[in-house]
Every structure is written in C-alpha cells, then in structure tokens.
Design a protein around this ligand. Sequence first.
Ligand code: PEP
Length: 256
Amino acid sequence: MNNRRAMVAGNWKMNKTLTETSELLKAMVTLLSGFSKVDIVVCPPFTNLSLARLETGESEVKVGAQNMHWQEKGAFTGEVSAAMLAEFCDYVILGHSERRVLFAETDETVNKKVHTALEHGLKPIVCVGESLEQNQAGQTAAVVEKQCRESLKDLNAEQAKQVVIAYEPVWAIGTGLAATPEGANEVHRDVIRPVLRELFGAETGDGVRILYGGSVTPDNAADLFGMSDIDGGLIGGASLKAESFVAIVRAANDAR
Ligand code: PEP
C-alpha cells in the first residue's frame, strides 16, 4: 500500500477486428465506471485506435498504443509515429518483451522511443523483465536494472513523472505461471525503485508507478496488487474479455 494511484492497462497484442473491438469496448466502458482509484488503459492494435478513441469517448477508459517509431516521419515503411498516435492515445507501450525478442528492439531503441513519445505528450509504459534463462542463472536484478537505466537514459525528473514501468518477467507472459506476489514485489521494491530514486531523486523516483505483468488473472490480481510496491498490472490475455479485465480493475481499486 502506498500513495501512488493504481493503473491497469490491457495489452491486446494482435487481437480483435474492428467489430470485435467495438463490442468489447462497449461492454467494458459500461462496466468500468466508478473505479475512482485506478487509471484504466486499453491498448488495441494500431488499426483499432481511432475506433477505440470513439468508443471510450469521455469515459474513464484511456487508449494506448503497443509500439511506435522514434523518428518524426519519413521512409519507414510499416511504422507509425508519435504524432500519429497522439491524435488518439494518451499512452504507448514501449519495449514489450515480444518487441525485444521477435522484432530485435534494444534498450537503445526503447530509449529513443521514450524520448520521442514524451515530446509528443504520450505517456510511455516501459516494459522490462528477465528471460527464464536469466532468471535461472540468478541474473534478474542485473538484467532489470540495466534495462531500466538504459531505457530511461537522459530523461529529467519532470519527464520521468510521465513514465510508467511494467515489470514483466518473460517466463510469466502468456504462460499461466505468474510470478509470486512476494517475488515480483521484491524486484519492484529492491531493484527498480532504487534505480528510479537514484536517477530522478527520491521524491520523483518514489512517485513513478511500477506495474506487474505476466499471467495476471482475476484469481491472482488481489494478491499481487495487495503488495506494497505493485501499483497495478499490464494485462495480456485477461484483457481480451470484459469480465476478466473488469475483475482485475476491481481488484486494483479495492487494493487502494
Ligand atoms: C503482456 O503481454 O504484457 C502480458 C502480461 O500477457 P499475459 O497477461 O497474457 O501474460
């Protein structure tokens, strides 16, 4: 328990057509009112962002993208810029492990994206997390610390206030094997938070939210969000159904 406002963000990945997006958001928006202690974000694919903005309207549900390019514009076939996203989105997920593993993203490119996103008023949700091999080799703290330092390089404290960190151990994503609440809390409290305090000062560092992601469900959400340093969740699979996403938002609200 702490003073930071909770957040629950849904990463839809490459799921949902326009029709499905409309149906899901209509159901969610009705059910997601009145959770006054949680920032709620949905991150559909690029093609659905405009519709998502229309469907969420003036509701408490905000829209985020799942990626972007760091350049302003130009010959980057297939890419989308921050200025394009800023017309529909408040947030953008950057450095998700699927982008790092499948699309060769590095801390360096994530860092460029974080800077560009902030210049356009987008709040970055920066993902960090160790692989199974790194976890088993006892490298979690070193890997996560390096990802945080390099992804957040050259930000000032004012910019850091707009950033959200998502700790997502790669072995927990989409596997049904969530980290234990104590294990995730330890990484948040003893690895990520000290880096934030060192980089941005104690006050700003303490204010940055650190979400947990990796097989969060309605069954484990309350235990995770009840931990001292877990400020909410980045949700994959369970964000694709209104019922499970709403139950997770409720757990975050009740934990505050
Ligand atoms: C994710 O992809 O960010 C994620 C946490 O997925 P899941 O909840 O399905 O593990």
